[in-house]
Write a protein that binds this ligand. Sequence first.
Ligand SMILES: [Zn+2]
Length: 355
Amino acid sequence: MNEKLKQLESDFKLALVAVENSVELKELESEYLGKQWKLKAILAWVKDLSIDDKKTVWVAANALKNEFSELLSQKSQSLEDAYFKDIEEKEALDVSIGFASQKLWHKHPISHATELLEDIFISLGFKIEDGPQIEDERHNFDMLNIPDNHPARDVWDTFWISDTINKHKKSWEKYLLRTHTSPVQVRTMISQELPIKIIVPGRVFRYEQEDARHTSNFYQLEWLVVGEWVTFWDLKWTLDTVMKQLLWEKTELRFRPSIFPFTEPSAEVDVSCQICSGTGIRDAKKCSMCSGTGWVELLGAWMVHPTVFEGCGIDPMKYSGFAFGMWIDRIAAQRFWVSSSRMFYQNKLKLNEQF
Ligand SMILES: [Zn+2]
């Protein structure tokens, strides 16, 4: 009889190991401990035994039944643990995934210089204006006192939009890539109330021979002040204040008389070269940024021409104004000590990552 119980125990343990889920576990429990339980069938033999033997078998059978119950309970717990562990692994959210590959990028020096300039001008009470990069000839030239036959047009090598688009336009309304940000002056004076105090940062285009200071695509910042009693003294004070804040306190300015067709009087303004500290020499060679002169031409400055005011419906007998146009690229080169403006357009991360 003991042999039969041992065989039953062995069969049960083998079957328990093979159980993979709770449904199979229930079936096993029913098979061994349910109404038709196998132990019951074995105990049918007991009736033919002596009283002492019956007692021994019943004790052994009860111990086996308790052991089966305990083993079934342990298996149930281990199946439950495995189930939740599986869910944990499948639904786990790894918040650090990909983080190591993230890289912080840098602002382009031109964007950086533009934002510095905007901050300075906003602190002086200027507003920021914008305009189209594809401009019509009227706003880019005619309304700025540069008619078609004016020799001043020769100094601008201009990118014209293709003949297919321009052929339906009047001769003075053809499209071009704007050669300066000055058309925004006209658009602002026509559309806004006086007084005006604006800056216009933006991209402009010229068909240039490229060198350390010239590129065919560059960024200008123009500013315009129009009101009563605006004088050339205001122009000089504003320019001096901005340059000293942008570069450094000892930056020197040099005004040279010049002629711009839409201005009167006009000046070109140079700053002492920050790359060579105004000496013209860098690393025992001629400084390429200032061509060895110690000065860098940074901008044109002027009082607005009365004809431009009249074209925009402003009385030149009552109002006056001044404007500047500067090369942001050259400002960025001077501010961040970059020896050639061309480097800004070469897409080299080695340069950008330094700022
Ligand atoms: Zn220099």
